[in-house]
Design a protein around this ligand. Structure first.
Ligand SMILES: [Zn+2]
Ligand SMILES: [Zn+2]
Length: 138
């Protein structure tokens, strides 16, 4: 596993709290899950969480999983946040593994160049069962 990001020092208090919550979680969290966990820290409004998440995602410190409408902390300190980000999502235990793949990325940018498509971001979500769950089921 890659090294997680050190929390940058210029995060606001809310951003730091949200990132900490994501870092401690092994499964993706929705904005409401995060809000629930941070009520004791004084966060009350979903908007506070959404604002913090927006900034964290913008900086590549967290990613949004579109299909789950949930967020994970970036697992890779050298995340190519402009390039392809791929997630393998285990449907049994909810574990999410982030990875990058240069070959897929090259193919997609080749396709974009040929089609004249300007890519803003590419997120791949692979769903299935992780090796551990498969082992446990065997
Ligand atoms: Zn990442
Ligand atoms: Zn699993």
């Amino acid at each position: 596993m890659a090294e997680p990001h050190d929390a940058p020092r210029d995060l606001t208090r809310n951003q730091g709290l949200v990132l900490g919550t994501l870092n401690r979680s092994s499964a993706p969290l929705s904005a409401y899950d995060i809000l629930d966990k941070l009520r004791e820290e004084g966060l009350r409004a979903p908007l506070q969480v959404y604002r913090a998440l927006d900034k964290l995602v913008e900086r590549g410190l967290a990613h949004r999983l579109e299909s789950l409408n949930a967020f994970v902390a970036c697992a890779d300190a050298h995340c190519h946040r402009k390039g392809l980000i791929a997630f393998a999502i285990c449907e049994r235990c909810g574990r999410v593994d982030e990875f990058a793949d240069e070959v897929i990325e090259e193919r997609l940018s080749g396709w974009a160049a040929n089609t004249g498509f300007k890519t803003e971001r590419t997120t791949m979500e692979i769903r299935g069962q992780c090796a551990e769950c498969l082992k446990a089921a065997a």
